[in-house]
Ligand binder design. Sequence first.
Ligand SMILES: [Ca+2]
Ligand SMILES: [Ca+2]
Length: 351
Amino acid sequence: MLRRLPSLLAVATIVWAAGHAPAFCNEHLMAVNEIFPGTPADPNAQYVMLRMTAFNQGFVNGSFIEVQGPTGAILGRFGTFTHNMAVAGTAGCVYPACPAILIGTARAQTLFGLTLDQVVDGEAGRVALPLAGGRVCFRIATGYTDCVSYGAYTGPSTITPGANTCDTDFGTPAGALSLGFALARRQFFCPGKDSSVDFRIQFPRPVTNAGTNANVDSDNDTLIDVLDCADADPGTQYFPIETSNLLVGGPPTSVSWTSQNATTGTSTRYDVVTGSLGDLLASRDYSAASCMASAVNGSSTLDPAPNPPAGSGIYYLVRAKNNCGPGTYGDSTLAVDPRDALDSPGTIPCP
Ligand SMILES: [Ca+2]
Ligand SMILES: [Ca+2]
């Protein structure tokens, strides 16, 4: 009997190892849950959130997030897992009730005040999430488990090899990524996937493998408190960002820009300053600028002034402001930016 004891112990050890090692490929029932490209103020605060679609899928050590560019070419890895996850979920769980896995940058960790399950800074071959278009996939040793394509992605809609029995055709790309917003899964259906249907653009809601998060939204404007610049004002979300796509049209002369209300809230208003190109050329600053329109509620306004004489011209600059404060008329690479005077409370043309 004494001689049998060591072999019984050996058998017990083998059984334990089989149950706890990734020999059963317990990471293949996984979905991409959210991808987040950072905020306007912090574009390096990026994360990818995965979510198990079944119990016990935490053996992700060595698996990685692949990033493909607009044509489907592999750009690199967003990040690679260097360890397994501690939380496996509840037996019989189904998406979205199974545990999440949060992988991202140290900046994202700081921004959300969360301990990410995997911080990717410094990993070899790492690339950021491309904003305009691409495809992001969770890859394991045996192939691809799940992907999402978005924006101006024109590469193949399929992947090979698939690492599970789910649909390997991801259909039409979802909308483009936008700073401040996440591309978030709204449904998971293993036999039929379509990025444009399965995902939507919304404010981020990251959750770690342990279920911890900072997703309190005190004013229910869908932007969580850690990102919201006014936690008791549902009409105000992110702090104003630089306006974009400034255009002049007419007659009558109109100035228009892209609304940022979806990012900064319905309290956002826009100031328009103007001046002559002759003044700008002579002074090389904006000291002669005047306020053309203050606190415009919309994305365009008319210039009531007559056209400038032939051979001369006028310029326009626009900035956004909301209940958190004013944004900026913009910045150049000059060490002392001439537009700083426009943004300075002492010399600001528009009240
Ligand atoms: Ca909020
Ligand atoms: Ca708010």
